[in-house]
Design a protein around this ligand. Structure first.
Ligand code: URC
Length: 340
């Protein structure tokens, strides 16, 4: 039997297309006070799109690349007052500017950022007694201890809203204890006071030196307590966690950074210097790159203080990892924190 045309042939049903997950970050600089709008924008367009599916004719197709550019250009040109306002503006643009497009669906996730508390706002930090002769009382002085204290206090350091995950690992062999605690998924950003230059350049180096860049990372950290036995007073675990987190955030905010490596060291050293119950800290810090979007093709200069628009890249990312020890202590936290 020769194959004949089926009585009920295939027909195209619902279809849509667009660019998903445009990570757009707009930073507005009001003097030394900076503001962040951080969105994940997905555009889905539909309309008279039968031909591109049936014959491959692109005559009605606005490229998904163009929808991406529009998201970034609108962020620059019109700002982001709210996710709703931004989405309405985009959706209206696609439907009213392109005849074949009948429906635009714009989905937006917004990531909220909170300011890292201004240094000095709680200078009592570690002096709070933990009672019971706990060794966790802080012996180092607070405030003004940082070499970059004079650069602190700017309003350009943020922590992403939403709780980090707190982790701990306890090991007991019948006589000795090891407690390693930590956190993951703590996202922080400095919108200034970060540079990266003076690095090695070989025939494959294309990176431009940066004298004022965004520095963002998702902190994964572990710290090992020197408490090893029942004969020693136990640290106040809750208080210790709060203080360590605070020192980490403050070191991130107050360090004028020439590299993420330098910032990492400052974060670890500050914990070692202020928390005598801890002998070892390890960090794994992905460099969450924010690239200024080139909007010159649309006649927009994107380096003006009224608001710069960045593409928040998720991969690949630089991954900066190191252990900071109390001098004379042994490194026992595994190199790969995912093995902990
Ligand atoms: O802080 C940084 N450290 C690096 O080692 C590095 N490498 C790179 O390309 N950018 C950066 N940034």
């Amino acid at each position: 039997m020769t194959p004949s045309r089926p009585a009920r042939p295939a027909v195209l049903s619902q279809n849509q297309y667009g660019k998903a997950e445009n990570r757009v970050v707009r930073i507005t600089r009001d003097g030394t006070t900076h503001h962040i709008k951080d969105l994940n924008v997905s555009v889905a367009l539909s309309g008279a799109m039968d031909e591109v599916h049936y014959s491959g004719s692109n005559a009605n197709v606005l490229p998904t690349d163009t929808t991406k550019n529009t998201v970034y250009a609108f962020a620059k040109k019109h700002g982001i007052e709210s996710a709703e306002q931004f989405g309405i503006h985009l959706a209206r643009h696609f439907v009213t500017s392109q005849e074949p497009i009948r429906t635009a669906r714009v989905r937006i996730e917004e990531y909220a950022w909170e300011r890292i508390a201004d240094p000095g706002a709680d200078s009592g930090a570690d002096t709070a007694s933990t009672g019971g002769g706990s060794p966790s009382a802080d012996t180092a002085s607070t405030g003004g201890g940082s070499p970059s204290a004079d650069t602190a206090g700017g309003r350009h350091s943020f922590v992403r809203r939403g709780q980090e995950t707190r982790v701990t690992q306890i090991t007991y062999d019948g006589s000795s204890w090891e407690v390693v605690s930590g956190l993951k998924d703590l996202v922080v950003m400095n919108t200034t006071n970060s540079e990266f230059w003076g690095y090695v350049k070989d025939e494959y180096t294309t990176l431009k030196e940066a004298y004022d860049r965004v520095l963002a990372t998702e902190v994964s950290g572990r710290w090992r307590f020197n408490w090893t036995g029942d004969d020693q007073p136990m640290p106040d675990w809750e208080e210790s966690y709060r203080r360590v987190r605070e020192h980490m955030l403050r070191a991130f905010a107050e360090t004028y950074s020439l590299s993420l490596q330098q910032t990492l060291y400052q974060m670890g050293a500050r914990i070692i210097d202020h928390r005598e119950e801890i002998d070892e800290v390890r960090f794994s810090l992905p460099n969450k790159h924010h690239f200024l979007v080139d909007l010159e093709p649309f006649g927009l200069k994107n380096d003006t203080p009224e608001g710069a628009v960045y593409f928040a890249a998720d991969r690949p990312y630089g991954l900066i990892e190191a252990t900071i020890l109390r001098d004379g202590s042994e490194a026992r936290i595994p190199v790969d924190l995912t093995n902990l």
